[in-house]
Write a protein that binds this ligand. Sequence first.
Ligand code: XMP
Length: 513
Amino acid sequence: MASKNESILIMDFGGQYSQLIARHVRECHVYCELKSYQISAEEIKSSGYRGIIFTGGPNSTYDENAPKCDPKIFQLDIPVLGICYGAQLMAQTLGGKVRSSDTKEYGKTEIECNTSSLIFHAAKEKSICWMSHTDYISEVPHGFKITAISESCPVAAMEDIKRHFFALQFHPEVNHTQEGMLYLQNFLYNACGCTAEWQMDSFVKETIKSLKITIGDKKVLCALSGGVDSSVAALLVHKAVGKQLTCIFVDHGLLRKDEGDQVEQIFRKQFDMNLIRVNAQERFLSKLSGVTEPEEKRKIIGEEFIRVFEDEAKKLGRIEYLCQGTIYPDVVESGTGEAAVIKSHHNVGGLPADVGFEGILEPLRDLFKDEVRQAGLELGIPEFLVWRQPFPGPGLAVRILGDITEEKLDLLKDADAILREEFASAGLDRRVNQYFAVLTGIRSVGVMGDGRTYDNTIALRAVTTDDFMTADWARVPYDVLEKISNRIINEVPHVNRVVYDITSKPPATIEWE
Ligand code: XMP
């Protein structure tokens, strides 16, 4: 059973690793939900959570506006694990003391733990953890025992085994914490009694079953982009109701080389889906003609996408449901809305809800990306598509600096295809999270044979990242870069220079526009 009965609540106090905690809990095959710290004890009780995790956060517990939890939470008889700020908040709320130190304890730190405590069961006595705090718990509340210390932290962990309250000053969710997953598992399985019920094969079966019931004999429409999310969402609906689902694939002509044909091949031929491919390159290129400003490009593409989709949908008559590939991070992120807008990541395929449907189906609403991928594999989607690197909705339009023409698109598609081929043959395609070519809009002087050239510069971009919010440039071996450069110069006309982008994010972004 992919059961949500054994659900864990993660109370978000604004920590940078909150989603990471949730992803790790899911990796332990336990369902969890990330909610604001403002959730009330009544709501928690009625939702039947098996356990609660308090995340870290940027505040001091004694700041005037520090986020606090409903103190009645500690009377619900539900196990609680506090992490970093969450640990300090637990200590302070239950009568312990938190102090500010002159120095920050930051980075990899050795802790010494009591392995007879619940959280450290089967753990090593000494192990490396990731610390990031200035405040610390100086006095544990009544009923608590200190279960770990570090050189500069008198309470690296504490627990009250009777009431099932646990606190860790360090971050078990961060990879640098060597045995972090074990500590989390001990909390989930031994304190909360969870049994690893959350499994993707059952999720797929149960979702198909419930989609069948929801949809009945009605019709469904889906905007398929060929990306992982919309593909998995569409396939779940297809398995549930077959030809009652129609997918519209708007090919805006800004996709990578041969990508449009691949999407058609997989979904129409392999899965026998009702698929309408709209070849709309001309329509998009004419709207984009002469446009150079990145945000303007995004806006035009987003709007035109909706128009093309609506034109096609109208031809199909009455359709009751719209299926969308919304995933859990979209749900959580749109709930907070605190981040500054650097780029309007208009998700092509994200359609306004008012297109006149009776209902919206979002079968992936509860899943993280890794889980979507697993579900995709369960459904038989080819690996290369399931593991495909992210591709922005506006496509190559944001990888051609300046205005967009068919000639520039063709040139970039060829250069990008070479880069991808060489990454695949060097086995870098799974190790590097995103990689692509950019047509920089720079022309420079070169020499080919005996003649002078004045031609285009292609930039190669390749990054490693966990979450795409920050990224590092990939240390691609020189011989791979050399081969890509040689091939692009020799095989793609009008390119006489290839450069490699060695900027991390921040300060740069991953895309050039
Ligand atoms: P940046 O360039 O902001 O990109 O570092 C972070 C991730 O988002 C992708 N990206 C987009 N995705 N519409 C999208 O659907 C967009 O307009 C867009 N812009 C960037 C980018 O490819 C990277 O994975």
